[in-house]
Design a protein around this ligand. Structure first.
Ligand SMILES: [Zn+2]
Ligand SMILES: [Zn+2]
Length: 56
C-alpha cells in the first residue's frame, strides 16, 4: 500500500486539515491523491503519479 499522501497532488503544498481531500485514483485505484482546498476550488488538474491519469 502507498504511504498516506501528505501533499497536494496538483501544486505540491502540504495539505491542511480543513479543506484537503484525499482520494484514490479513479483510473488505477491504486494510488492515493491529495488536493488542497485551493486546487479544489479552482478545479486544478491533477496527474496520478502511478498511471498518469489526468483529472479534475
Ligand atoms: Zn494544491
Ligand atoms: Zn492512477
Amino acid at each position: 500500500m502507498p504511504d498516506p499522501i501528505s501533499r497536494c497532488t496538483s501544486c505540491g503544498i502540504p495539505l491542511s486539515r480543513e479543506h484537503d481531500v484525499m482520494f484514490i485514483c479513479p483510473n488505477c485505484n491504486n494510488v492515493q491523491l491529495g488536493r488542497c482546498g485551493n486546487c479544489r476550488n479552482q478545479s486544478a488538474i491533477y496527474i496520478c503519479p502511478g498511471c498518469g491519469f489526468e483529472g479534475p
